[in-house]
Design a binder for this molecule. Structure first.
Ligand code: NOJ
Length: 557
């Protein structure tokens, strides 16, 4: 396995709308980001992944792009953006931009043209089909509820939108469209960016016959995933993109790929496959979803989580590369989801960080994770802003489902949990804005904020700083092999890493109760150094784990 800078880096994701507002309009912006770069540098961050900052009508907060080469007014200007890039590079930090090319906004010039007439030169930039028996061309469901097709009166045809109807899918079968996108990618790379995070990139190739999908009983629509996830021409398209664009730059690429398996991930990321560097997959994020999908919340099953993460650790080792993450702008906060966001908030947040960061892969930290930000519970649906949440709520209310039940699932799974403003200090709106924030702040900002964290040497922030530093000091962390222990234990997560004659043993208690385990593999703990621990008191017995404890031991030769 070759050594690469992006295997040794730690990425920090910024969701610009909620990070830092510099001009009092209640929306985060680029100058706000510039003002916080020292905070990220201090944490030890090497790479920033910036969620979309392009021109957008914001139906899906920037994931609906109307001009790929312009900066959204609310976020600032191209001059601001260039200054930000320079300031990042001066601090030896790299910038990875979001690349949203499965779809654009319906307000993008290409779509404005495309919908005008059937013989418009841009018609084939999107996916148009005639209706079937007076209905949609097939029964696929949009990720954001309802049909994935929208009827357009001008030409009396439907266009495909796997996400909102303001996000029409681009037609990758059209070589001109592909060239247009490659030119846009070069535009940004020539400006000096260091890579792309590619939004739902494994959705870009659809089965061209667009068949109906078998729909579950009693349901009008079916996801249709099998006809567009990892579709028939996906590897061809990514290889072409790599050859035409990426191979000419030292760029890091991460493909957001729902529904990908480790075997497929090897095809996408294998070193001689020339597609992308790493996948960002979701299997471990679905552990608390029941058969009804994301909103059908079931308890987190640790044994299942271990099985999934271990499969990814072992099946990609030496063959491909994965991202390591607990949070992003689409996921609830991990300390509320898998830890204890009450009494043991700090300890459980540190435990979860240890568990993840000592595995193989490139770690991603989502803004606010490093200070242990938690989920939010707004009392009224009016306070929620996310299109996925609002569409789902409306659809379920229309079906007669009790709004209180729906709210319960939003509290656990809604994307706005991750999108409340970054909590910088205990002042108004957590120091995020001097105006009115576009979405309310989590009321716990008075206790949980970056200023407090920076004052306390035992804070979650400094714990993350240490974990990041360890990754740089010990090659075993990015490159060592992985072995799981106590696979069936319902509360203990334990594994070893090995590299040459070095070893790391990681012991985590994923529960609020003390756990006593056997020293199954006869580890000679006396020969080990403590690499990192969230325990403040010395312990006699390594195999008696206090609530939410994480301790990692380092064995040298
Ligand atoms: C995945 C992004 O992470 C999410 O926020 C967005 O809504 C969809 N792709 C559509 O772009």
């Amino acid at each position: 396995m070759t050594k690469q800078w992006w295997k040794e880096s730690v990425v920090y994701q910024i969701y610009p709308r909620s990070f830092m507002d510099s001009n009092r309009d209640g929306v985060g912006d680029i100058r706000g980001i510039i003002s916080k770069l020292d905070y990220l540098k201090e944490l030890g961050i090497d790479v920033v992944w910036l969620s979309p900052v392009y021109e957008s009508p914001n139906d899906d907060n920037g994931y609906d792009i109307s001009n790929y080469k312009k900066i959204m007014d609310e976020f600032g200007s191209m001059d601001d953006w260039e200054e930000m890039l320079e300031e990042m590079h001066q601090r030896d930090m790299r910038l990875v931009m979001d690349l949203v090319v499965n779809h654009s906004s319906d307000e993008h010039g290409w779509f404005v043209e495309s919908r005008k007439s059937k013989d418009n030169p841009y018609r084939d930039y999107y996916i148009w089909r005639e209706g079937k028996d007076g209905k949609e061309p097939n029964n696929w469901e949009s990720v954001f509820s309802g049909s994935a097709w929208e009827y357009d009166e001008t030409t009396e045809e439907y266009f495909l939108h796997l996400f909102s109807k303001k996000q029409p899918d681009l037609n990758w079968e059209n070589p001109k469209l592909r060239q247009g996108l490659y030119d846009m990618m070069k535009f940004w790379l020539d400006k000096g960016i260091d890579g792309f995070r590619m939004d739902v990139i494994n959705f870009i190739s659809k089965v061209p016959t667009f068949p109906d999908a078998p729909s579950p009983e009693g349901k009008t629509y079916a996801s249709g995933h099998e006809y567009f996830m990892n579709g028939p021409r996906i590897h061809e398209f990514l290889k072409e993109m790599n050859q035409e664009v990426l191979s000419h730059y030292d760029a890091m690429t991460v493909g957001e790929m729902p529904g990908v398996t480790p075997d497929e991930a090897v095809l996408y990321t294998g070193e001689d496959h020339n597609e992308v560097n790493m996948v960002f997959q979701f299997e471990h994020m679905d552990v608390d979803s029941g058969p009804g999908g994301k909103w059908d919340v079931i308890p987190f099953d640790l044994v299942k989580l271990k099985t999934i993460l271990t499969k990814w650790q072992t099946e990609l080792h030496g063959k491909g590369w994965n991202s390591l993450y607990w949070n992003n702008h689409d996921q609830p906060r991990i300390v509320s989801r898998l830890g204890d966001d009450g009494e043991y908030r700090e300890k459980s947040a540190k435990m979860l960080a240890t568990l993840l960061h000592l595995m193989q892969g490139t770690p991603y930290i989502y803004q606010g994770e490093e200070i242990g930000m938690t989920n939010v519970r707004f009392s009224s649906i009016e306070e929620y802003k996310d299109i996925e949440t609002l569409n789902m709520y409306r659809e379920k209310v229309a079906k007669g489902i009790d709004p209180e039940e729906i709210m319960k699932s939003i509290y656990v799974k809604g994307r706005d949990n991750a999108r409340t403003p970054m909590q910088w200090n205990s002042g108004d709106h957590g120091g995020f804005t001097e105006g009115n924030p576009w979405i309310a702040i989590n009321p716990n900002y008075k206790e949980i904020n970056a200023e407090e964290a920076l004052k306390d040497s035992k804070s979650i922030y400094y714990y993350y700083q240490k974990l990041i530093a360890l990754r740089k000091e010990h090659e075993i962390i990015p490159y060592g092999s992985f072995e799981l222990h106590y696979a069936d234990h319902p509360s203990v997560y334990a594994y070893t890493r090995a590299y040459g004659n070095e070893k790391i043993l990681v012991l985590c208690n994923v529960s609020g109760e003390k756990q006593v385990i056997e020293n199954v593999a006869s580890f000679d703990i006396k020969q080990a150094d403590v690499l990192i621990t969230n325990e403040e008191n010395n312990k006699d017995d390594a195999f008696t784990l206090n609530p939410w404890e994480a301790t990692a031991y380092y064995f040298k030769g």
